[in-house]
Each structure stands twice: as C-alpha cells, then as structure tokens.
Design a protein around this ligand. Structure first.
Ligand code: GLC
Ligand code: CA
Length: 544
C-alpha cells in the first residue's frame, strides 16, 4: 500500500537547522548577526537541503543571557531587525518550502520585562503573583536550598519589598508563575501572536521547569555529584526532585498544545531532559503534548558503536506507536561536535548517523563545516556561564561567527564580530568547502538530499543488524521493500563487516565521498571493509 506524501507531517519529513542569529550573518556592520543576514543566506540553506530553520531568540532583550532574557515576547530586538524584516524572512523561507520555528522562553522573562517591573513595584501589585516571590527564612536567608544552573543560589532578595524572587538562571531572568491563570493566559497569547503571523512551530526553552513543587521544598543532595564542581555550582550538587519535571507540568503542556492546534500543522518542540521513562511522557499520553521533545541522549554517550546503538534501540523501544523519534547532536549549549568527538572523520561519521536514523534530525549551524570549538581569551568571554562557573564551561566556544569565506572576519561581518572568528576560517569556510567535492559540507549536502529523496530514510522502519564487529553500528532502514543499510565504523581501525545472507546492492555514499556506485555483490557482502571512522550507506533490495 502506498501512502500519499502529504500524510506525513512536515516536522517528521524535515531536517531542522538551528540558527543562533547573533552569529550567523551580520548585514549592517555592527558585528552582530541579524534577521536580514538569515534572509540573505536562505539560498545557501535551500541548497544545503534542510527543510526547517529554528531561530534562537531575537526578541527585545537586555542580553544578560543573549536573548534568553526576553523583555517583550511580541517584537524583534532592534539589534536583529524589526517585525517587518521577520515577516519578510518568513515569507522568503516559505517560498522555498522552508518552515520557520522560533524559540519561546516560557520559564522566565528578563528583569526588564514590563511585567516584572510592575511585579517588583510592590507586594500588592496585580502582577506580583506572575512571578515567584517568598519571604526570607527567619535568619534572612533564601527560602529554600535551590541553586541556579548559572551558579549561586536560585534566589535574589529584592530590597524594596523585602522578598526573594526565584531565578534558576541569572538573576536577570526572574521565573514566571505558571500557576497564575492571568500569567498563563498572557503567555499563551504570545504564542498566538506568532502563530497568526505564520510561524510553523516553537522550540520551548526549558519547558520542563515551568511548574515547580507547590511547597518549594528543598532539593536533596546528589550523592553522585562530581567532586570537582566549582564552589558556587549549588545546582550541580543537587537532585532536581522539586524544581524540575513535576507531574503537574503535563496539564500545562496540554494547554500549550491546544493553542498550537488552534492553527493547522504547527509543531511543538521542547527542551527536555531526564530519564527515558519520564522524558517520554512529554509526548502526552495520547500524543496530546509535544510532537518533538528534544532527544539529547546521544550527546551524553561516549562515541562508541555499542553505546550509541543501545541508546537508539532503547529509544525505539520506549516510544509509543504515535510518537515520532528525533535526534540532536549539537546546539548552542554544547561544545562543538567535531571537538567533542575528537576530529573531522568522527564529525563526518556523526553527520551520517544523524541523517540516517529514524526520526527528525536537528543540525546546529556550522556543524556542516565541521566547525570546532572557538578559542576565547578569558577577557573576551561573553557567556554568563563562562563568567560565573569558569572559562572551561563557557558556551562562547560553540557560538563563534559562521565562516562564510576567507575574507576578513570570515565574511560574517565587515566589523569586528561580538565573538572572535575561529583561526581556521581561512580554510574552513563555505566558499572553499563548496568547491572541494570531498568536503564535509558536500557530505552534508549529499546526505541531506539523499534523505529527502529516499522514503526508506525519511519514513522507513529501523532495525539493528548484527555487526559482527563491536566497533561498528549497522542498521537497516526499509520502506515498502526498498532499503538502505547504514554501516558506521566508530573506531580508528579498519573493520570487516558481515551482512545478512542474500543481500546485494551498491554503495550510495561513503563519509569520505570517494566510492559512490561501488557494487557490492552477494559474496562481498560477507567481507565488506570499512576504513577508520568510515560510514557507508548501501542501497539494497529486500525480498518482501
Ligand atoms: C536553555 C537555553 C540556554 C539558556 C537557558 C536559559 O537551556 O538553551 O541557552 O541559557 O535555557 O534560558
Ligand atoms: Ca548586525
């Protein structure tokens, strides 16, 4: 039986490309990327083969956390452009069949948001309860022991009113009280504002945190916490029993989903962590919560065939029938993929893994060039995490300017960018990799186009095959008798792999881009050699 193409929702078909707007392309020479820059680069994105972009926040913001401190949910910061530019970007993306997902930050606002300015003006202010306030303990200390993810306690005393307010990030990010119906309605309206403009979905920032324990009880210490944590990392020393993943959050997420469903075809993505059995609940018991709770699991696994395979198999086994998987390997909070995995061949293998698994892949800008962690001199650190918890933790390293060309500042800007351009830009850039037929950029392009055109890859079932070599992860993707076999060698040594009897086919792609069309006859299936860090995609016919 064939299914009409349009029966697959776009967010299952698409590969999502995350753009960190500050660092993508500057068009007015202030050293900071802008919406117009994204607009200018849509041709590049279309050619790359992605089908959706997710924009990290571009809202008005004092930038204490580079836009994750929002002072107006319904506008564009002048640094990035204005609403008219946003609309133009949205239209231009849609013309190219590229969906647009925007970031939505429901857990906290900026301390400069008018709501917080009102709330902090007096205990009786009607907006007071839109945030989380508590009296000090009798000795004047914080209401409970919670720590901030960005260092220090999660509470700051407001002198004027003598109460503490909660913030699990920097103190300029006071947390909203989603138990208050007025706040809830106001936040849901911010979604409608963008849905009416035509955005296709939201990536919801730390959405698992928006409901806290009603009694705000102390978190227990984490007996497994590392001994080397910085002294002010209180958060890292606790188990997050009362500040995160409360059962009551699901009712709120169902309400959020209902707002998305007031419009056709919109998608909710959540930044969610935690153990698989609890994490999977964010799809909703009947698929009535988020279509894509981000799956970050592979980021935290060692880069070994067995560990990666087990993570994928567990995910496949844990998902109910209605739930669609997804995979993420990098973002603006994680060290660059190529640095984390230890080299370019590994980064190429990661590209093949991500773009052949069953489920929606999310790419991070620059990973298609194999960008590595930037080197940020201590005095140039911008990220509050780097400033508060030490340079080793700074997220600036994965936010360096996109490398477009070998021109000054990598063609990102005509003036010195907000973060230093990586030293390798003269050779590692879009212009030079576009010309090099074996570059990682061309690998990404070929993978993305192959995935788009191949039903087995974008919708087929997934089955692990026995590798006969523990360093290799081999799996099948199959749809209506057409299949792809993906063979990934995670080690620095060559390996011979064996495949099930009776399979034949040809190589569609090697991560080294040097053996297309190589036919694999029946006999050689039993002795196919994968070079160090090599990944292969084989096309195969299967007996029905
Ligand atoms: C999320 C974002 C991160 C931000 C934090 C606070 O984890 O991905 O960049 O700093 O939330 O909004
Ligand atoms: Ca700019």
């Amino acid at each position: 039986m064939t299914h009409p193409e349009n029966s697959i929702p776009w967010w299952q078909r698409a590969t999502i490309y995350q753009i960190y707007p500050r660092s993508f392309k500057d068009t007015n020479g202030d050293g900071i990327g802008d919406l117009n820059g994204i607009l200018e680069k849509l041709d590049y994105l279309e050619e790359l083969g992605i089908q959706a972009i997710w924009l990290s926040p571009f809202y008005p913001s004092p930038m204490a956390d580079f836009g994750y401190d929002v002072s107006d949910y319904c506008d564009v910061d002048p640094l990035f452009g204005d609403l008219a530019t946003f609309d133009a970007l949205l239209d231009a993306a849609h013309l190219r069949s590229i969906k647009v997902i925007i970031d939505w930050v429901p857990n906290h606002t900026s301390d400069q948001h008018p709501w917080f300015i009102e709330a902090r003006s007096g205990r009786d202010n009607p907006k007071r309860d839109w945030y989380i306030w508590r009296d000090p303990k009798p000795d004047g200390s914080e209401p409970n022991n919670w720590g901030s993810l960005f260092g220090g306690p999660a509470w700051t005393l407001d002198r004027l009113t003598g109460q503490y307010y909660l913030h699990q990030f920097v103190k300029e990010q006071p947390e909203l009280n989603w138990r208050n119906p007025g706040l809830r309605a106001a936040m849901l309206d911010t979604l409608r504002f963008w849905l009416k403009r035509g955005v296709d979905g939201f990536r919801m920032d730390v959405v698992g945190l928006i409901i806290k324990d009603k009694q705000l009880r102390d978190n227990p210490p984490d007996p497994g916490a590392s001994a080397d944590l910085p002294a002010n990392d209180l958060f890292g020393r606790q188990l997050h029993v009362y500040n995160d993943d409360q059962d009551e959050v699901h009712a709120v997420i169902r309400e959020i989903r209902k707002v998305l469903d007031e419009f056709d075809d919109r998608c909710g993505i959540g930044e969610l962590f935690g153990e698989l059995p609890r994490w999977v609940r964010y799809y909703g018991e009947r698929g009535d919560e988020l279509q894509l709770p981000f799956n970050f699991r592979l980021i935290y696994k060692p880069w070994q065939a067995g560990a990666i395979r087990r993570s994928v198999d567990k995910m496949e086994a844990a998902l109910p029938d209605f739930a669609w998987p997804n995979y993420v390997l990098g973002n603006h909070d994680q060290p660059r993929l190529a640095s984390r995995l230890g080299g370019q061949p590994q980064a190429r293998l990661a590209a093949m893994l991500l773009l052949t698994l069953r489920g929606t892949p999310t790419l991070y800008y620059g990973d298609e060039l194999g960008l590595e962690n930037g080197i940020i001199p201590p005095e140039k650190i911008q990220d509050p995490v780097g400033k508060n918890l030490g340079p080793a933790r700074t997220r600036d390293v994965e936010r360096t300017p996109m490398q477009w060309s070998s021109e000054p500042y990598a063609g990102f800007s005509s003036l010195e960018p907000w973060l230093p351009v990586s030293a390798d830009y003269a050779t590692r850039n879009v212009a030079s990799q576009a010309k090099d037929t074996k570059s990682i950029l061309n690998l990404y392009r070929q993978l993305l186009h192959l995935r788009r055109e191949t039903p087995a890859l974008y919708r087929g079932r997934y089955e692990t095959l026995d590798a006969g070599a523990s360093d290799c992860f081999i799996f099948l993707r199959e749809f209506e008798g057409s299949g792809c076999i993906i063979l990934l060698n995670f080690s620095a040594e060559a390996h011979q792999v064996t495949l099930p009897k009776g399979m034949r086919g040809k190589i569609l792609l090697s991560t080294y881009l040097d053996r297309p069309g190589e036919r694999i006859r029946k006999e050689t299936f039993n002795g196919l050699t994968l070079r160090a860090h090599e990944g292969l995609i084989l096309e195969t016919e299967l007996q029905q």
